[in-house]
Design a protein around this ligand. Structure first.
Ligand SMILES: *Cc1c(COP(=O)(O)O)cnc(C)c1O
Length: 354
Protein backbone atom coordinates (compact mmCIF):
# COMPACT_ATOMS: atom_id res chain seq x y z
CA UNK A 1 0.00 0.00 0.00
CA UNK A 2 2.58 2.51 1.15
CA UNK A 3 4.73 1.97 -1.90
CA UNK A 4 2.02 3.64 -3.97
CA UNK A 5 2.17 6.74 -1.77
CA UNK A 6 4.50 9.65 -2.23
CA UNK A 7 7.06 9.35 0.58
CA UNK A 8 5.78 12.49 2.34
CA UNK A 9 2.26 11.10 2.83
CA UNK A 10 3.29 8.41 5.29
CA UNK A 11 5.11 10.98 7.40
CA UNK A 12 2.21 13.40 7.74
CA UNK A 13 0.42 13.86 11.06
CA UNK A 14 -2.86 15.34 9.84
CA UNK A 15 -4.96 17.81 11.84
CA UNK A 16 -7.82 16.18 13.75
CA UNK A 17 -10.96 18.35 13.70
CA UNK A 18 -13.41 18.39 16.63
CA UNK A 19 -16.07 15.73 16.21
CA UNK A 20 -19.45 16.42 14.68
CA UNK A 21 -21.52 13.72 16.42
CA UNK A 22 -24.78 12.50 14.95
CA UNK A 23 -26.51 12.27 18.35
CA UNK A 24 -29.58 14.48 18.75
CA UNK A 25 -30.29 16.62 21.84
CA UNK A 26 -26.60 17.06 22.31
CA UNK A 27 -25.18 20.20 23.88
CA UNK A 28 -22.37 20.76 21.45
CA UNK A 29 -19.72 23.02 22.96
CA UNK A 30 -16.66 21.56 21.23
CA UNK A 31 -15.99 23.36 17.93
CA UNK A 32 -16.70 27.05 18.59
CA UNK A 33 -19.68 27.41 16.29
CA UNK A 34 -22.13 30.29 16.76
CA UNK A 35 -25.23 28.99 18.60
CA UNK A 36 -27.50 31.52 16.90
CA UNK A 37 -26.64 30.59 13.32
CA UNK A 38 -26.08 32.96 10.40
CA UNK A 39 -27.98 36.06 9.37
CA UNK A 40 -31.42 35.11 7.95
CA UNK A 41 -30.45 37.29 4.99
CA UNK A 42 -27.55 34.94 4.25
CA UNK A 43 -29.89 31.96 4.12
CA UNK A 44 -32.22 33.85 1.79
CA UNK A 45 -29.31 34.76 -0.49
CA UNK A 46 -28.17 31.13 -0.59
CA UNK A 47 -31.69 30.02 -1.59
CA UNK A 48 -31.72 32.56 -4.41
CA UNK A 49 -28.26 31.53 -5.62
CA UNK A 50 -29.33 27.88 -5.81
CA UNK A 51 -31.21 28.70 -9.02
CA UNK A 52 -27.95 29.36 -10.88
CA UNK A 53 -25.85 26.36 -9.98
CA UNK A 54 -25.35 25.32 -13.60
CA UNK A 55 -23.00 28.30 -13.94
CA UNK A 56 -19.45 28.47 -12.58
CA UNK A 57 -19.06 30.95 -9.73
CA UNK A 58 -17.15 34.24 -10.02
CA UNK A 59 -13.48 33.14 -9.79
CA UNK A 60 -12.55 36.58 -8.42
CA UNK A 61 -15.30 36.75 -5.76
CA UNK A 62 -15.72 40.44 -6.54
CA UNK A 63 -19.01 41.05 -4.69
CA UNK A 64 -17.75 39.32 -1.54
CA UNK A 65 -14.38 41.05 -1.59
CA UNK A 66 -16.14 44.39 -2.03
CA UNK A 67 -18.40 43.71 0.97
CA UNK A 68 -15.37 42.81 3.12
CA UNK A 69 -13.35 45.78 1.85
CA UNK A 70 -16.22 48.17 2.64
CA UNK A 71 -16.55 46.80 6.17
CA UNK A 72 -12.83 47.28 6.89
CA UNK A 73 -12.16 50.48 4.95
CA UNK A 74 -9.92 48.72 2.43
CA UNK A 75 -9.90 48.29 -1.34
CA UNK A 76 -10.95 45.13 -3.17
CA UNK A 77 -7.34 44.31 -4.03
CA UNK A 78 -6.40 44.27 -0.36
CA UNK A 79 -8.84 41.37 0.21
CA UNK A 80 -8.40 37.69 -0.71
CA UNK A 81 -11.04 35.00 -0.17
CA UNK A 82 -10.86 31.23 0.16
CA UNK A 83 -12.67 28.03 1.00
CA UNK A 84 -12.54 28.44 4.78
CA UNK A 85 -9.73 30.26 6.52
CA UNK A 86 -7.92 26.93 6.74
CA UNK A 87 -7.45 27.08 2.98
CA UNK A 88 -6.43 30.74 3.15
CA UNK A 89 -3.85 29.82 5.79
CA UNK A 90 -2.54 26.99 3.61
CA UNK A 91 -2.06 29.35 0.65
CA UNK A 92 -0.37 31.90 2.90
CA UNK A 93 2.09 29.32 4.29
CA UNK A 94 2.87 28.39 0.68
CA UNK A 95 3.14 31.96 -0.52
CA UNK A 96 5.24 33.53 2.25
CA UNK A 97 7.07 31.12 4.55
CA UNK A 98 9.58 29.24 2.41
CA UNK A 99 12.78 31.22 3.09
CA UNK A 100 14.88 28.49 4.73
CA UNK A 101 14.56 29.79 8.30
CA UNK A 102 11.87 28.42 10.63
CA UNK A 103 8.31 29.70 10.85
CA UNK A 104 7.61 30.90 14.39
CA UNK A 105 4.41 30.33 16.37
CA UNK A 106 3.59 29.75 20.05
CA UNK A 107 3.82 26.21 21.43
CA UNK A 108 0.20 26.50 22.54
CA UNK A 109 -1.88 27.60 19.57
CA UNK A 110 -4.02 26.37 16.67
CA UNK A 111 -2.66 22.93 15.85
CA UNK A 112 -3.08 23.31 12.09
CA UNK A 113 0.06 25.51 11.83
CA UNK A 114 2.60 22.69 12.30
CA UNK A 115 0.51 20.49 9.99
CA UNK A 116 0.88 22.96 7.12
CA UNK A 117 4.59 23.30 7.81
CA UNK A 118 4.92 19.54 7.50
CA UNK A 119 2.86 19.38 4.32
CA UNK A 120 4.89 22.13 2.65
CA UNK A 121 8.26 21.07 4.06
CA UNK A 122 8.76 24.25 6.10
CA UNK A 123 10.92 24.17 9.24
CA UNK A 124 9.22 25.68 12.28
CA UNK A 125 9.99 26.63 15.87
CA UNK A 126 7.43 26.59 18.65
CA UNK A 127 8.05 29.52 20.98
CA UNK A 128 7.22 28.47 24.57
CA UNK A 129 4.35 30.29 26.28
CA UNK A 130 4.60 31.17 29.98
CA UNK A 131 3.41 28.92 32.82
CA UNK A 132 0.07 30.70 32.61
CA UNK A 133 -0.12 29.72 28.88
CA UNK A 134 0.26 33.37 27.89
CA UNK A 135 2.22 34.37 24.77
CA UNK A 136 4.89 37.07 25.18
CA UNK A 137 5.28 38.85 21.85
CA UNK A 138 8.79 40.00 22.78
CA UNK A 139 9.89 36.34 22.50
CA UNK A 140 9.37 36.45 18.72
CA UNK A 141 12.45 37.77 16.94
CA UNK A 142 15.55 36.74 15.07
CA UNK A 143 15.96 35.04 11.71
CA UNK A 144 12.73 33.37 10.62
CA UNK A 145 10.58 32.76 7.55
CA UNK A 146 7.58 34.42 9.18
CA UNK A 147 5.45 34.57 12.32
CA UNK A 148 1.96 33.20 12.91
CA UNK A 149 -0.12 34.44 15.82
CA UNK A 150 -3.76 33.63 16.52
CA UNK A 151 -5.30 36.76 18.03
CA UNK A 152 -7.16 36.00 20.25
CA UNK A 153 -5.03 32.90 20.71
CA UNK A 154 -6.58 29.45 20.47
CA UNK A 155 -7.28 27.57 22.68
CA UNK A 156 -6.49 30.02 25.47
CA UNK A 157 -8.49 33.09 24.37
CA UNK A 158 -5.59 35.49 25.07
CA UNK A 159 -6.09 38.94 23.54
CA UNK A 160 -3.27 41.04 22.03
CA UNK A 161 -3.27 44.83 21.83
CA UNK A 162 -2.48 46.62 18.58
CA UNK A 163 0.73 47.81 20.24
CA UNK A 164 1.78 44.20 20.81
CA UNK A 165 1.00 43.41 17.15
CA UNK A 166 3.03 46.47 16.08
CA UNK A 167 5.94 45.23 18.18
CA UNK A 168 5.78 41.89 16.38
CA UNK A 169 5.61 43.53 12.94
CA UNK A 170 8.66 45.66 13.75
CA UNK A 171 10.59 42.66 15.09
CA UNK A 172 10.49 40.89 11.69
CA UNK A 173 10.15 43.73 9.15
CA UNK A 174 11.31 41.60 6.21
CA UNK A 175 8.94 38.69 6.82
CA UNK A 176 5.19 38.26 6.80
CA UNK A 177 3.44 38.33 10.17
CA UNK A 178 0.20 36.40 9.84
CA UNK A 179 -2.45 37.32 12.39
CA UNK A 180 -5.17 34.66 12.51
CA UNK A 181 -8.26 36.51 13.72
CA UNK A 182 -10.74 33.62 13.77
CA UNK A 183 -12.09 34.88 17.12
CA UNK A 184 -11.42 38.62 16.92
CA UNK A 185 -15.11 39.61 16.78
CA UNK A 186 -15.75 38.40 20.32
CA UNK A 187 -14.01 41.25 22.06
CA UNK A 188 -10.65 42.07 20.48
CA UNK A 189 -9.56 44.80 18.10
CA UNK A 190 -8.74 43.79 14.52
CA UNK A 191 -5.21 44.33 13.27
CA UNK A 192 -6.78 45.24 9.93
CA UNK A 193 -6.41 48.82 11.20
CA UNK A 194 -2.62 48.43 10.78
CA UNK A 195 -2.60 47.23 7.16
CA UNK A 196 -1.76 50.63 5.68
CA UNK A 197 1.04 51.03 8.24
CA UNK A 198 2.76 47.65 7.65
CA UNK A 199 3.30 45.97 4.29
CA UNK A 200 4.28 42.72 6.02
CA UNK A 201 0.95 42.26 7.83
CA UNK A 202 -1.53 39.61 6.69
CA UNK A 203 -4.78 39.39 8.67
CA UNK A 204 -6.83 36.20 8.23
CA UNK A 205 -10.47 35.90 9.27
CA UNK A 206 -13.30 33.41 8.88
CA UNK A 207 -17.09 33.31 8.53
CA UNK A 208 -17.14 30.08 10.59
CA UNK A 209 -17.27 31.58 14.06
CA UNK A 210 -18.70 35.10 14.46
CA UNK A 211 -20.77 34.93 11.25
CA UNK A 212 -22.32 31.56 12.08
CA UNK A 213 -21.39 29.96 8.74
CA UNK A 214 -19.00 27.12 9.62
CA UNK A 215 -20.87 24.84 7.22
CA UNK A 216 -20.44 27.19 4.27
CA UNK A 217 -16.60 27.24 4.38
CA UNK A 218 -15.57 30.84 3.75
CA UNK A 219 -12.47 32.63 4.99
CA UNK A 220 -10.49 35.65 3.89
CA UNK A 221 -7.22 37.51 4.20
CA UNK A 222 -6.53 41.23 4.26
CA UNK A 223 -3.21 42.87 3.57
CA UNK A 224 -1.11 44.95 1.20
CA UNK A 225 -1.87 44.32 -2.48
CA UNK A 226 1.52 42.69 -3.00
CA UNK A 227 0.56 40.04 -0.42
CA UNK A 228 -2.90 39.34 -1.85
CA UNK A 229 -1.33 39.13 -5.31
CA UNK A 230 0.91 36.31 -4.06
CA UNK A 231 -2.11 34.52 -2.61
CA UNK A 232 -3.99 34.81 -5.92
CA UNK A 233 -0.99 33.33 -7.73
CA UNK A 234 -1.02 30.32 -5.40
CA UNK A 235 -4.82 29.96 -5.56
CA UNK A 236 -4.89 30.08 -9.35
CA UNK A 237 -2.22 27.39 -9.44
CA UNK A 238 -4.42 25.17 -7.27
CA UNK A 239 -8.15 25.86 -7.75
CA UNK A 240 -9.52 28.90 -9.57
CA UNK A 241 -13.02 28.46 -8.14
CA UNK A 242 -12.57 27.73 -4.42
CA UNK A 243 -15.83 29.46 -3.44
CA UNK A 244 -19.04 28.14 -4.94
CA UNK A 245 -22.08 30.26 -5.78
CA UNK A 246 -23.86 29.45 -2.52
CA UNK A 247 -20.81 30.40 -0.46
CA UNK A 248 -20.29 33.66 -2.33
CA UNK A 249 -23.96 34.68 -2.00
CA UNK A 250 -24.30 33.67 1.66
CA UNK A 251 -21.05 35.21 2.83
CA UNK A 252 -21.69 38.49 1.01
CA UNK A 253 -25.13 38.84 2.61
CA UNK A 254 -23.73 37.88 6.03
CA UNK A 255 -20.99 40.51 5.80
CA UNK A 256 -23.59 43.15 4.95
CA UNK A 257 -25.87 42.30 7.89
CA UNK A 258 -24.09 44.30 10.58
CA UNK A 259 -27.15 44.26 12.83
CA UNK A 260 -27.32 40.45 13.15
CA UNK A 261 -23.56 40.32 13.60
CA UNK A 262 -23.57 42.85 16.43
CA UNK A 263 -26.50 41.30 18.25
CA UNK A 264 -25.26 37.71 18.14
CA UNK A 265 -21.65 38.46 19.03
CA UNK A 266 -22.81 40.69 21.92
CA UNK A 267 -24.96 37.85 23.26
CA UNK A 268 -22.00 35.45 23.12
CA UNK A 269 -19.81 37.94 25.00
CA UNK A 270 -22.47 38.46 27.71
CA UNK A 271 -22.90 34.69 28.13
CA UNK A 272 -19.11 34.20 28.28
CA UNK A 273 -18.80 36.64 31.16
CA UNK A 274 -21.68 35.02 33.03
CA UNK A 275 -20.40 31.48 32.44
CA UNK A 276 -16.86 32.43 33.50
CA UNK A 277 -18.20 33.56 36.88
CA UNK A 278 -20.24 30.38 37.35
CA UNK A 279 -17.28 28.16 36.48
CA UNK A 280 -15.06 30.02 38.94
CA UNK A 281 -17.66 29.40 41.64
CA UNK A 282 -17.35 25.69 40.83
CA UNK A 283 -13.62 25.84 41.49
CA UNK A 284 -12.35 26.17 37.92
CA UNK A 285 -9.50 28.37 36.89
CA UNK A 286 -10.80 30.32 33.88
CA UNK A 287 -8.30 32.10 31.63
CA UNK A 288 -9.44 35.59 30.57
CA UNK A 289 -10.93 35.11 27.08
CA UNK A 290 -11.62 37.42 24.17
CA UNK A 291 -13.07 34.55 22.14
CA UNK A 292 -16.31 32.52 21.94
CA UNK A 293 -14.87 29.88 24.23
CA UNK A 294 -13.29 29.68 27.67
CA UNK A 295 -10.24 27.64 28.59
CA UNK A 296 -10.62 26.13 32.03
CA UNK A 297 -8.82 23.82 34.42
CA UNK A 298 -9.91 22.28 37.72
CA UNK A 299 -7.23 21.74 40.34
CA UNK A 300 -8.77 18.55 41.73
CA UNK A 301 -10.02 16.91 38.57
CA UNK A 302 -8.52 15.28 35.55
CA UNK A 303 -9.64 17.20 32.48
CA UNK A 304 -10.03 14.15 30.23
CA UNK A 305 -12.18 12.43 32.88
CA UNK A 306 -14.34 15.54 33.23
CA UNK A 307 -14.83 15.66 29.45
CA UNK A 308 -15.87 11.98 29.47
CA UNK A 309 -18.31 12.52 32.35
CA UNK A 310 -19.82 15.52 30.58
CA UNK A 311 -20.22 13.40 27.50
CA UNK A 312 -22.23 10.84 29.48
CA UNK A 313 -24.55 13.74 30.26
CA UNK A 314 -24.80 14.69 26.56
CA UNK A 315 -22.50 17.72 26.82
CA UNK A 316 -19.51 17.76 24.49
CA UNK A 317 -16.47 19.97 25.16
CA UNK A 318 -12.95 19.84 23.72
CA UNK A 319 -10.00 18.26 25.48
CA UNK A 320 -6.68 18.67 23.66
CA UNK A 321 -3.97 16.19 24.50
CA UNK A 322 -0.41 17.39 24.79
CA UNK A 323 2.04 18.38 27.52
CA UNK A 324 0.85 21.96 27.92
CA UNK A 325 -2.88 21.46 27.39
CA UNK A 326 -3.89 18.12 28.93
CA UNK A 327 -5.08 19.70 32.20
CA UNK A 328 -7.46 22.03 30.40
CA UNK A 329 -10.86 21.97 28.71
CA UNK A 330 -11.98 24.29 25.97
CA UNK A 331 -15.66 25.10 26.27
CA UNK A 332 -17.51 26.88 23.47
CA UNK A 333 -19.93 29.60 24.54
CA UNK A 334 -23.40 28.33 23.65
CA UNK A 335 -26.75 29.91 24.43
CA UNK A 336 -27.53 30.83 28.04
CA UNK A 337 -29.70 27.73 28.22
CA UNK A 338 -26.94 25.43 26.95
CA UNK A 339 -24.42 26.96 29.35
CA UNK A 340 -26.87 26.53 32.23
CA UNK A 341 -27.15 22.82 31.38
CA UNK A 342 -23.37 22.58 31.30
CA UNK A 343 -23.13 24.12 34.76
CA UNK A 344 -25.83 21.77 36.13
CA UNK A 345 -23.93 18.77 34.70
CA UNK A 346 -20.62 19.97 36.15
CA UNK A 347 -22.18 20.60 39.57
CA UNK A 348 -23.49 17.05 39.52
CA UNK A 349 -20.14 15.56 38.46
CA UNK A 350 -18.12 17.51 41.02
CA UNK A 351 -20.51 16.59 43.82
CA UNK A 352 -20.56 12.87 43.07
CA UNK A 353 -16.92 11.97 42.87
CA UNK A 354 -15.68 13.93 45.84
C1 LIG B 1 -11.72 27.74 13.47
C2 LIG B 1 -10.35 28.28 13.22
C3 LIG B 1 -9.87 28.43 11.92
C4 LIG B 1 -10.52 27.78 10.73
O1 LIG B 1 -11.65 28.31 10.32
P1 LIG B 1 -12.34 27.85 8.98
O2 LIG B 1 -12.59 29.14 8.32
O3 LIG B 1 -13.57 27.15 9.42
O4 LIG B 1 -11.42 26.98 8.18
C5 LIG B 1 -8.64 29.04 11.74
N1 LIG B 1 -7.90 29.45 12.77
C6 LIG B 1 -8.32 29.29 14.04
C7 LIG B 1 -7.45 29.75 15.15
C8 LIG B 1 -9.55 28.68 14.29
O5 LIG B 1 -9.94 28.47 15.55
Amino acid sequence: MNSLWSPLVGQLTPYVPGEQPKISDLIKLNTNELPYGPSPRAIEAIRDAAGELQLYPDPDAVALRDAIATRYGLTRNEVFTGNGSDEVLAHAFRAFFDHGDPVLFPDVTYSFYPVYCQLFGLPFTRIPVGDDLQVRVEDFSGPCSGVVLASPNAPTGQIFSLDEIRQLLRAVPDRVVLIDEAYVDFGAESSAALIREFRNLLVVQTFSKSRGLAGLRVGFAMGHESLTEALVRVKDSFNSYPLDRLALAGATAAMEDEEWFRQTTARVIATRERLSGLLEELGFRVLPSGANFVYVSHGDRDAAALAAQLRERAVIVRHLKGPRTSAWLRITIGTDEQCEKLVVALRDILKRND
